[in-house]
Design a protein around this ligand. Sequence first.
Ligand SMILES: Nc1ncnc2c1ncn2[C@@H]1O[C@H](COP(=O)(O)OP(=O)(O)OP(=O)(O)O)[C@@H](O)[C@H]1O
Length: 836
Amino acid sequence: MPRHKRQDSDLDMQAPWINTVNLTSTDQPIFSPNATTVSSSGLTRTGKANEQQRIAVSRESSMPASSASLPPAPGSDEGPTTLEAIMRFRGTRVKVKVTATHVSWKPLNPVGCCVDRRSLIIRVPFDEILSAALSKSTGCCRPRENSFAVYTFSRQGPSAPNTWRAEEYVLSGGSAEQVKEWVAAINGRVQLIRDRPRSLLVFINPYAGARRARHIWEREVLPVFQRARIQVHAVDTTKQDHAREHVEYMKAEELAAFQGVVAVGGDGLFQEVVSGLLARRARGDSAAWRIRVGHIPAGSTDAVAYTLHGSRSATTAALHIALGDRMSLDAGRIETHGSPGGAAAGGGGGGGGRGTPGGVSPQRHFVCMASYGFMGDVMRVSEQLRCLGPGRYDVTGALQYLRLASYRVAVSYREAHSTTSDVQQLCTAQCQVCRMAGIAIDNAGTAFARPSVAAVAAVAPPSANPAGIASATASPAVPSIAIPNSNPGSTVATPRGGAGGGGGGSPVGASATPSSIATHRYHFPASTTAAAGASFPVSTASSCSSGSAAVDSTPVTALPATPASSAAAAGAAPAAAGTGIDGSPGCFFRTSSPSRQASSLPQNQQQQQSPEKIATQSQPAVGGAANGAAASRASSMKAEPGGGGGRPAAPLPSGAAAAASGGSGEEGWTRVEGEFVSIMCVITPCRSDKSKRGVIPNGHLSDGRMYLVLVSRCSHLAFLRFLIRMATRGLTDRCLPFVRVIPVTGVRVSPQPGGHTLGGCLFDAAAPESNWNVDGELLYDNHVAINVVRGAVEVFARGVETHHGGGSSSSCVPIIRANTGSSVGGNGGGSGGAVA
Ligand SMILES: Nc1ncnc2c1ncn2[C@@H]1O[C@H](COP(=O)(O)OP(=O)(O)OP(=O)(O)O)[C@@H](O)[C@H]1O
């Protein structure tokens, strides 16, 4: 057999050297300061440490050109050099070193003027190495024999620091024995790194994007996984919801065999995997907690991968997975619950298995954005034009721009705490905002930092897990808002779902009445972000005045959601304590119509004043009475013609009044009603090719907040400015006079009677309402409640890195290695990492 053939097979060998190296004595563990005790014979007691020991020993016994345990360089924190040898790299003699943290080499002698010396100076930390293997490469300047490859990656430099490419550095040693020794040493160290996945379940959507998912998988991803010695179980999806159902209903022991689930496709496929995992967790399956999710971008938009990695490169995403990156990611949970019969309007009778027998409010999760209005319209039409491929979004975007419909909607939101530093700090790999948010909430009762099964059960539909409800009630730390199911017949229908009639849907049913569900709420201080923009005629007042974040453990009655129940509560309520208008503390506040408000506005805002009406209230929610009072006050204020506070008002149409009570009757909730071109809930920065900095550049991956973006009815020119702003610089509060960006933790949206207005030349009578576009998937019920689930899933990602220059492969700022072990600076990082 030719030599290189034999070397080929070495790639798949799992540390063959372990049982063959002759052990001699040594007195210290070499590769990890935390290694286990070394016995007098030089043998360590655990398998893991055994490897270390053998590596340590082997370097003494068989390295002709090696020098053992050199003293650390002055000022070095990398420990002693454990291996050293003279080898050849790209035809040049180099001195190669292995320390506790990295492998490095540099030329021994001055190189010729035609050779870039910097390209020969390489330093690769172990946690950036996939593996080492006897080299199978042959080439004009690569020796066939006695060489080995170090598989790692490099960053593309300042222009695209977050786009990585796989690298293979080939070093040739003096003898076959020496080369094997080095391969063993490097692999032994790499295997000590925690959290590297060993086995992955992979879903490939062959129809995603430009239908290149299979190609991308085979050409770009599989080679990386092979280099990292990851076993894969790949499944081609055959229908919509295939991945979700597979993940949700596969046996627990089967799932437990994997460290992660990877979606090769678009955002929709990723969302399916997340939904499947969360559904398992809601059922109390603890195995689902340790499963990480990865996204290989092969879809049309790929906002998830772009947001997580700052790049849309499939190789980059594969490398993040292979390196075992780990971080928590917030998800938005969107529940439909409002429109009688509306949920079924999408057809499909259950959307390929997403139906919910028993009429439980169906849930969807998103990790980028849920949007109603413009984006929903774009998605609805583009789903019918999938034959155009990814370009369909441009076509339908242009059509919807011409149409420019605005929709009458009531929005209630619960504002989140934010500080000036929060809104100035970008979410990068070492994001302090996300970290501090976790700490703050941990201190407040370990509520969100790592949601317990009970916490998830508490947000599940009531009868799905009665025990979960009990847990939530008993634990004051669970900050969930229970959404009563007011629409027993509601289902989510999906565009391509078959007439499933609910088959395969979540096996839950609703039996508890809203009032039986005890919930607990956070109280956050008033938003300084909102306060900073005082010229916008929207009240920043809310009941969030309790100072630092704290958990209110007082059970409160779940909100009435139906117009009927809200109206009843309103009628029974005594007057509430809201006083003062336009700046008066703690009371209702409303904006007047553009013409009435104009005199009190700055010049630029007079031109394009939004028509929405705002009602907030700040008195504590004490159940239906307060809610009703708030509703009744809000109703009268909204109908009041003068725009000032406290004056008598004509009653609103019944629909509007009912909607007011549903949202504003609770402490900390603000209600907005108006005509909007677009409503978006953005939970992460939401980066994509179309918005490279992100829709919300200051959004965070795991801070427990999302951003409510309200775009009021405006002219075509104004909306074009909005689109350009979103694509180039991203959105901030009041970046345009008709745009609000509000950090929130909960949102409820109800389309209002009055339907929509077409601002443009295209008439679309079939769409009096828009649709929710949830990370690229359509929802067919427009009455929704959206909440943040902090740290809902763990993903194979580290966040966007900040480039700091430098010439080697590691040219970015150091990353918090939450996923790596011991000497690489790891700080632990959750569960699941297995060391072979
Ligand atoms: N084999 C299949 N046939 C039909 N639909 C599928 C199949 N596999 C997955 N799907 C569904 O197709 C939808 C779109 O898939 P996906 O998100 O992967 O691609 P995309 O829409 O082109 O990309 P993006 O979401 O980034 O725009 C998802 O709802 C997914 O559930």
